[in-house]
Write a protein that binds this ligand. Structure first.
Ligand code: PEP
Ligand code: MG
Length: 566
């Protein structure tokens, strides 16, 4: 690659990586429709069955490897793919297509996958987009095994940055091991399975980058900035050296970071909880001494399902999480998976309403095991929040088990729609707590599409800061807790601003908990509050970032500069 280029994607896994590109091009093999003679159909069905068996064996092997290296925390991600290998809607439907339409297996795989994906892709919500990419990943594995294609060994020596359009989670387990030091993908999102695995393996990653320059080749030097989401191709020697210094300082910092204390320089204690997506993440949350689960994204438990688990199944899962965390609290968020992600209790179709009631009952019943709280996402009007609360009350009243009926369950709301922040004082009269979702709030406030990886909408925009300030002041006036669980709290620079605005409780991805505490220990709240006041008067997010670096850089030198965070 002769030209240099800087590309912006989603910062998916923190850290800095410098290495040579290993470009994994998914070959766009055509899968033409081939008619299979009647007499050859059973042989074609056997060929497909063998591909399913060897694909399943490959994923089993990846699961073993994951279990061996990282324990059971993330193996459920691969269980989803194993289940799909026995799924009637997918596997039986492919066999039926081969049999009934007398076609080749490759064509049947592509056809059935496209048919199953179609309704999912019509829904813009990340949940359905992710389910569509699960189908693509299984399709990819099946086609690979049908063609008998072997995984290629890396043609690149030394530290490698894997560059791919997308990576299946099973491939990620295989590929994201040394000598791979970084990951760049055209597709993918913050919550993709492969992203979660990159974080688990501590591999800096930038995803959702969109189409990469065609000229990029094996061996090209690539810099990956997992803090900012920037990928540099064709970097100069100076840029490369600077990135290497940042990488080394950050690694040294992580190795040394063990303290569970999160008290600022001026003696104020800040609570750092963990965001979890899967129940199995609790173990890592405890290892990292998180002060509870501040956001449990429960919709992730429905990864491979067309509907949520039953009440009993949910009770078992939730009880496990609550028991493991007790006496630390667990904040459950009700399923957040709709296209427009709005909770309008009065508009929910019969089935969704029933799902919500089932979930609320399960959370109430899990509450006998330890402290829990429940919050509703995407609340936009006081009326809908009051209705959501009333629904919780109705579910409580109908419980047979008296201890569950009497167990405390604070009911709060996410502040992630601008209307909720604007009228925060009124919402605060009805909610037991707020949890601010800066990911959605920034995008809704700036009219940007959250699924566009290249959108510049972020929490440092002064308009978003004004909303954040409104939410925290309303909560403190009303005397209710207000936590921040969106990405702003997980970024070392913007976290300082959140503290300056008055936030004293944050919840961040499990792997970021130690880093957030280290940032907090290095902060002088007086200086952070002065910077926040000035930031509110800035005209742009860039101006805010510059201001933060200028005002707080010297005070935070040891962390930000010495450890390569900026
Ligand atoms: C948010 O919107 O900031 C948030 C924490 O929720 P999610 O990312 O799950 O939408
Ligand atoms: Mg949200």
């Amino acid at each position: 690659m002769s030209r240099s280029a800087r590309l912006q994607g989603i910062a998916a896994s923190i850290g800095v990586a410098v290495g040579h590109a290993r470009v994994i091009r998914r070959e766009h093999r055509p899968h033409p429709h081939r008619r299979i003679e009647e007499a050859a159909i059973s042989a074609e069905l056997s060929r497909f069955a063998e591909a399913v068996a060897s694909s399943r064996a490959e994923i089993e092997a990846a699961k073993e490897e994951l279990l061996h290296k990282h324990g059971p925390t993330y193996t459920p991600i691969l269980d989803v793919y194993l289940l799909m290998h026995g799924d009637a809607l997918l596997i039986d439907a492919i066999s039926n297509t081969i049999r009934e339409e007398s076609v080749n297996a490759e064509w049947a795989v592509s056809e059935v996958a496209a048919r199953l994906k179609k309704p999912l892709l019509e829904d813009a919500s990340p949940y359905f987009q992710e389910r569509a990419s699960d189908i693509d990943h299984v399709k990819e594995h099946l086609l690979r095994h049908l063609s008998g294609e072997q995984r290629q060994a890396s043609p690149v020596d030394g530290p490698t940055i894997v560059i791919a359009r997308d990576l299946t989670p099973a491939d990620a387990v295989h590929v994201l091991a040394p000598p791979t030091v970084g990951l760049v993908t055209e597709l993918g999102a913050d919550s993709s399975h492969t992203t979660i695995l990159a974080r688990t393996f501590g591999v800096p990653a930038v995803v959702g980058l969109g189409p990469l320059p065609i000229e990029i080749e094996d061996g090209d030097v690539v810099l990956v900035d997992g803090f900012s989401g920037e990928v540099t191709l064709g970097a100069s020697l100076d840029e490369r050296r600077a990135a290497e210094r940042r990488r080394d300082r950050f690694r040294a910092f992580l190795d040394a970071e063990r303290s569970p204390n999160a008290v600022t320089r001026d003696g104020v204690s800040v609570s750092v909880a963990a965001n979890i997506e899967l129940p199995s993440e609790v173990e890592a949350a405890l290892e990292n001494a998180a002060e509870g689960v501040g956001l449990y994204r429960t919709e992730f438990m429905c990864l491979d399902q067309t509907e949520p688990p039953s009440e009993e199944e949910q009770v078992q899962l939730y009880r496990g999480v609550v028991r493991a965390m007790a006496p630390k609290p667990v904040v459950f968020r009700t399923f957040d998976w709709r296209g427009d992600k709005r909770l309008r209790v009065e508009h929910l179709g019969g089935c969704e309403q029933a799902w919500l009631e089932t979930q609320i009952r399960a959370v109430l019943r899990a509450g006998v095991e330890g402290p829990v709280a429940l919050m509703f996402p995407m609340i936009a009007t006081v009326t809908e929040f009051r209705e959501a609360r009333a629904l919780v009350q109705r579910c409580r009243d109908a419980l047979v088990d008296e201890s569950a009926r009497l167990a405390p369950l604070p009911v709060g709301m996410m502040v992630e729609v601008p209307s909720a922040a604007l009228l925060a004082d009124r919402f605060a009269q009805h909610a037991d707590f707020f949890s601010v979702g800066t990911n959605d709030l920034s995008h809704h406030a700036l009219g940007a599409d959250r699924h566009d990886g290249r959108s510049a909408a972020g929490p440092l925009d002064p308009a978003v800061l004004a909303l954040l300030e409104r939410a925290i002041s309303a909560a403190s006036d009303a005397g209710i807790p207000c936590s921040m669980c969106g990405g702003m709290a997980a970024d070392p620079v913007s976290l300082v601003l959140a503290l300056g605005l008055g936030y004293r409780q944050v919840s961040v991805p499990v792997s970021v908990v130690p880093l957030a505490r280290a940032v907090i220990r290095d902060v002088d709240l007086g200086a952070a509050a002065d910077a926040a006041r000035e930031a509110l008067d800035c005209v742009s997010a860039d101006a805010v970032r510059e201001l933060l670096l200028e005002r707080l850089g010297p005070a935070l030198g040891s962390l930000w500069k010495d450890h390569g965070l900026v």
